[in-house]
Design a protein around this ligand. Sequence first.
Ligand SMILES: *Cc1c(COP(=O)(O)O)cnc(C)c1O
Length: 388
Amino acid sequence: MKIESHLAQIGSQSDPDTGAVSFPIYQSTAFRHPKLGQSTGFDYSRTKNPTRAILEQAIAQLESGDQGFACSSGMAALQTIFAMFSHGDHLIVSLDLYGGTYRLLEKIMSRFGVTATYVDTNDMDALEAAAKPNTKGIVVETPTNPLMMVTDLELVCTWARNKGIVSIVDNTLLTPFLQRPIELGADIIIHSATKYLGGHNDVLAGLIVTKGKELSEQMAILHNSIGAVLGPQDSWLLMRGMKTLALRMERHEFNATALAKFLLTHPLIAEVYYPALENHPGFAIQNKQSSGNTGIFSFKVQDARLVEPILRHIQLIAFAESLGGVESLMTYPAVQTHADIPLEIRQKIGVDDRLLRFSVGIEHIDDLIEDLGHALDLAGAELEGEPK
Ligand SMILES: *Cc1c(COP(=O)(O)O)cnc(C)c1O
């Protein structure tokens, strides 16, 4: 079966007793034992809950992994994974990284003696230089957000495996519908399922997928011990969202490509960062390792003074944080999502005061182009009226 069919059918054949097509929400924390030494397979919901288990099986299968773990948020999933590491361990991490992951590593994990070095994970010389005898893990986002830097997963995961380094890939932006890093050699996948997998800006969730018996057993202990698990209602909501993932991703990509091309030739726009564009440095790798593009891209305006009026004049497109939902959202990374990343690193990677990030929704493309075009026209006119 193709992935579209797996997605549409999540949980729909899993309740033979009633034949429920939508898998029920098991709102129970405890499960009665038939007799001493026997269990239905469920004892206590932190360890295992029937609704959550259907979601966990689904994501493990979609990502070609062995076991899935649903967490209360993407950050909870990352914390659960990072708890694998011990005092004295070192991590190599993608440079243009989700701000919350950077904060977790620098403000919390560092206090437990886990250190991190941030490098362009597509630069093999930089990786080689960053690797130390105590390097135990590599954390890769591809494409990154907001600068859409692309990493060759097969190359980097093979490099890591040869060195005994665990490779962890944040697959939030592409989802298993477009990219399956375990098939390219990754050991662990993490998702902020709050984004595309949920898809409707209404459920906060994180997912982990592990490959191999040893990692799966280790993660099961961490997941149960830390307890940052997803509740049954949210597990159900997430599965409801995931059933339409294929359709949504196709529309997100279609809309984002059209908008990126519209901006590429616009006189007020200096640069567009989107791996679907042939001039993007990651274009070839992106094509090789994934079957399509995400619905997010970033762009730089010619003049930083355009940012405020653009954000004021967009109407259909909301000025809001987050990404991956059906509604179009635009953010200003330098002051929102990336405020916790030091200015020095932000400048090094290019997250400056002219950069805007666009999470393109599934609205009609004509309406999106009209809204953005209109906001740019008004912003341009305001700037012209200002003294030079
Ligand atoms: C949002 C996000 C996270 C954090 O997930 P939450 O669900 O907000 O906790 C991690 N990684 C990436 C790439 C994200 O976009």
